[in-house]
Design a protein around this ligand. Structure first.
Ligand code: DQA
Length: 145
């Protein structure tokens, strides 16, 4: 069975109650269910969330070592974490797909959200479609889902 790592950065553990007008009313568990439904029995979906940069970096190292495709919502780290960028680059330079996703469209929001230090090393970016951003990314990293 193939696996996909779905990594979520800071404050995404608060989905459901955090700025529902921006991020919707569904929580991370609802995302887990939606992804598992789309994946079916052929692909194992491993959804994780951390507020800790180091933990996210370790998970990206794990993806490199196990050659596991990654769907990454770096949350606010998107805009300034060079350490996360370097870890994401390890994934894609190993030939493993990594799709950067965002629930909202950062380009339609505050100026500081307009730049991503991750996009330049990601395989691709999907933003602005709510939880569908993740579902579209899953289709890319696990063709046939
Ligand atoms: C986000 C957008 C980021 O700017 C923000 O810091 C987040 C969530 C999104 O999914 O829309 O925490 O990555």
């Amino acid at each position: 069975m193939s696996r996909v790592l779905v990594l979520n950065g800071p404050n995404l553990g608060r989905l459901g109650s955090r700025e529902p007008e921006v991020y919707g009313t569904q929580d991370l568990n609802a995302l887990r269910v939606l992804l598992a439904e789309q994946a079916g029995s052929a692909v194992e979906i491993d959804v994780r969330q951390s507020d800790d940069e180091a933990e996210l970096i370790h998970w990206l190292h794990e993806a490199v070592d196990a050659a596991t495709p990654v769907i990454l919502n770096p949350a606010a780290f998107t805009h300034y974490s060079y350490a996360l960028r370097d870890a994401a680059a390890l994934v894609t330079r190993a030939g493993i797909p990594l799709v950067e996703v965002h629930i909202s469209n950062p380009h339609a929001r505050e100026e500081f959200r307009h730049s991503s230090v991750i996009s330049g090393v990601a395989t691709g970016v999907i933003a602005g479609f709510g939880f569908d951003s993740y579902l579209l990314a899953l289709r890319v990293v696990a063709p046939g889902t």
